[in-house]
Design a protein around this ligand. Structure first.
Ligand SMILES: Nc1ncnc2c1ncn2[C@@H]1O[C@H](COP(=O)(O)OP(=O)(O)OP(=O)(O)O)[C@@H](O)[C@H]1O
Ligand SMILES: [Mg+2]
Length: 271
């Protein structure tokens, strides 16, 4: 039923959302989840982007399919789907159900039932954190996700662009109206460092403060610059926090993980 709330698959579920598409939600979700795992938390990553699941590519699992398990689970002959173990995470993705180039046509109740299955029918085990990567926007599917999945808080991803802030403000309102605390926002694709002189290059014009998400009292959790390595790491299937742990970007993701764990009352076992 629309609005039926599931029981929580983890001590804390963190939804990573944005208003605008393509701002780096999946990149942030993955690196944040791996940073939480590196800090000693039992962490999972749920790719709930039914319409463009990109986590399989970002973790090198484009061929992984749940075909048989899925059929058995749907027929009620197998209760749980096995998450994939990668980079210290338990991972489930809508992409494990679809073919690589197959579009997802689900809407309404069918979309909700798929999300419910990804939360309820995956053998998540005991998780401290489940990071949920959701589709862009603030339409019914995002609203359905926050109403269905018990969520400790939302992290918003924005780029330093006017349009990204305008759309993110709507997302902040959507979470607040649903009673989901907005834990903060990550500014992604910030000024690029010139590889020759090291000077920051401001790619986008400044955003008027009064129209930004910061003007809504949202905390800035980190600023992650535009970085070709970050994009490459996604395409190559190895998260940057693992492939380049010494980079400032990896440090930023670890810092966000530390802040969120502290906010939610789950200090890292390794810290
Ligand atoms: N800081 C960054 N520097 C360079 N490239 C980046 C950065 N963050 C993300 N990217 C790249 O930008 C593209 C979009 O990122 P990503 O898929 O994470 O965004 P998204 O918000 O999840 O998109 P969608 O709304 O389509 O789900 C990817 O190719 C990714 O590798
Ligand atoms: Mg995405």
């Amino acid at each position: 039923m629309i609005g039926d709330r599931l029981s929580s698959p983890a001590r804390h579920v963190i939804v990573v959302g944005s208003g605008k598409g393509g701002v780096g939600k999946s990149t942030v979700s993955l690196n944040l989840a791996v940073a939480l795992a590196q800090a000693g938390h039992a962490a999972g990553l749920l790719d709930a982007d039914l319409y463009g699941p990109s986590i399989p590519l970002m973790v090198g699992l484009t061929k992984h399919r749940w075909n048989e398990q899925w059929t058995l689970a749907r027929a009620g002959r197998q209760r749980k789907l096995a998450p994939v173990l990668r980079h210290g995470l338990k991972i489930a993705s809508a992409g494990f159900i679809l073919g690589e180039d197959q579009p997802m046509g689900l809407q309404g109740i069918a979309a909700q039932s798929l999300i419910s299955q990804l939360v309820r029918d995956v053998a998540w085990g005991e998780l401290d954190f489940l990071v949920v990567d959701i589709p862009p926007g603030t339409s019914d599917v995002q609203q359905m996700i926050v109403k269905t999945v018990p969520t400790s808080g939302a992290v918003i991803v924005i780029t330093p662009q006017y349009v990204a802030h305008l759309d993110a403000r709507k997302a902040v309102q959507m979470y607040r109206q649903a009673g989901v605390p907005v834990l903060g926002a990550i500014e992604n694709m910030g000024p690029l460092r010139c590889p020759h002189c090291g000077e920051p290059i401001e790619v986008f014009p400044a955003v008027p403060e009064s129209r930004s998400v910061w003007a809504m009292g949202v905390e800035k959790l980190a600023s992650v610059p535009l970085d070709p390595e970050l994009s490459r790491s996604g395409d190559e299937g190895v998260p940057l926090v693992e492939s380049r742990p010494d980079s400032p970007q990896a440090a930023a993701f670890r810092e966000v993980a530390r802040k969120l764990a502290a906010m939610l009352g789950a200090p890292g076992r390794a810290s």
